[in-house]
Design a protein. Structure first.
Length: 427
């Protein structure tokens, strides 16, 4: 699939984005192991989050989508899942395989969870180690790659300090801790997004977070709930950058999740000179939600390194686009994790920037994009990576001439409506 992106005179209007992917994954899994039914409004339309629902269906959970888009999940309780008839398919979703493995590790049956070619290259040893410490038996290709064969066991509680900052690893351990007798704790030197803690609290788990230590008490008893997923902040990043780099733009994004543990994106954009305003703050299902107004203008750029690299890891591809047209450019360091995403995002970002005539200096753990550059029309490639597809569609708005995004359908992994939404606000 190919998408043609034409230069934008400006971006104008207001939009509401699909449900947050991170929150949707967690609600889908927890509702399935809760007691009673749950109604989840504004559940993500992305393929990754549908993979999570597909896996839960394969484990015997009844899930339906209403005409209004709400997802109804009939929870089976903590111990009500059934052995799947075949492999569980996580598709392209690292979130699905890593989070769900914590639940599968505690089941009285063996399961095998696999994914597409891209997922099969992504390392899973970071969750295999803590699960084995809890008593699980997990097998993988070459000791670290999917498919994972998980032989469920009775798990034991523990205290675990992940060697790297990872919300997915934390979530996997806490999910497993729901089944273990006693208190399971995750120690974080660098805080990660706290959607799991908030979701567990919403479903009734006993969870405490204090001083970088997150503790859940098991075995838990979760209760079905009616919940609403906020708009996806990671998806908003593409539109925030698009409006910021096209002069004369004025864009309102409504109902976006503004969880403080993910404030790094907005903080960095403001520090980089983006004209951004937040309004209509409210709490919905335990998550902070609000509207974002962004206007185009002069942007100075900045540096992403250290803890900021972990906090902004998913947004770095589109921030590279902003960096190229900014006054001072963008430097990214300490972001080696980009090498093991859906693609080697350091390589694919650099490749597409160069195709569009933008200079870039590549490091092992990041890159530098000098500022005051112009994009030229080109044929760019997503390489099957949704964030690369959307980032360089945004670049196309500021290019001279038409830009062709090859393998553009990759965007559907997280945001099937992306191109339609982009055209809706492009003048």
């Amino acid at each position: 699939m190919q998408q043609i992106i034409t230069p934008a005179r400006r971006l104008d209007g207001q939009i509401r984005l699909p449900g947050d992917k991170s929150v949707s994954h967690r609600y889908g899994i927890l509702a399935a192991i809760a007691e009673g039914s749950s109604t989840i409004h504004h559940y993500s339309t992305g393929a990754d989050c549908q993979s999570t629902l597909g896996c839960m269906r394969a484990l015997g959970v009844s899930i339906t989508r209403r005409e209004d888009g709400a997802v109804l999940i009939e929870g089976r309780g903590l111990n009500g899942l059934q052995a799947p008839a075949g492999d569980l398919d996580a598709g392209n979703s690292g979130s699905t395989i890593r989070m769900l493995s914590g639940v599968l590790a505690a089941q009285p049956f063996t399961s095998r969870i696999a994914g597409d070619e891209s997922l099969s290259r992504r390392p899973m040893d970071r969750i295999m180690k803590p699960l084995s410490l809890m008593g699980a038996d997990v097998e993988a290709v070459d000791g670290r790659f999917p498919p994972l064969t998980i032989h469920g066991r009775a798990l034991k509680a523990m205290r675990y300090e992940p060697p790297m900052a990872s919300a997915q690893v934390k979530t996997c351990v806490l999910m497993a801790g729901l089944y273990a007798e006693g208190e399971t704790a995750v120690l974080e030197k660098v805080g990660t997004r706290d959607h799991t803690e908030l979701a567990l609290r919403e479903f009734g788990a006993e969870i405490v977070s204090s001083g970088g230590v997150i503790t859940v008490k098991g075995p838990a008893r979760l209760q079905g709930r009616e919940l609403s997923v906020p708009g996806d902040l990671s998806s908003a990043a593409f539109f925030l950058v698009a409006a910021a780099i096209v002069p004369g733009s004025k864009l309102l994004i409504q109902g976006v999740g503004l969880n403080p543990s993910r404030s790094a994106l907005l903080d960095w954009l403001v520090a980089a000179g983006v004209n951004l305003r937040v309004s209509n703050l409210a709490e919905v299902s335990g998550e902070l939600v609000g509207d974002l107004l962004v206007t185009g203008g002069d942007v100075k750029g900045g540096i992403i390194r250290g803890a900021a690299s972990a906090a902004l890891i998913d947004e770095i591809p589109v921030l590279s686009v902003l960096g190229a047209v900014s006054r001072d450019g963008l430097v990214v360091k300490d972001a080696r994790e980009l090498r093991v995403k859906e693609t080697d995002r350091i390589a694919t970002v650099a490749d597409n920037l160069q195709r569009m005539g933008v200079r870039v200096e590549v490091y092992e753990d990041g890159f530098r994009v000098p500022g005051k550059q112009k994009f030229r029309a080109a044929r760019v490639d997503s390489f099957g990576d949704h964030r690369i597809a959307m980032a360089f569609a945004v670049a196309g708005l500021a290019a001279e001439g038409e830009t062709a995004v090859l393998n553009a359908g990759a965007a559907s992994v997280s945001f099937p409506e992306f191109y339609a939404t982009l055209r809706q606000i492009t003048v």
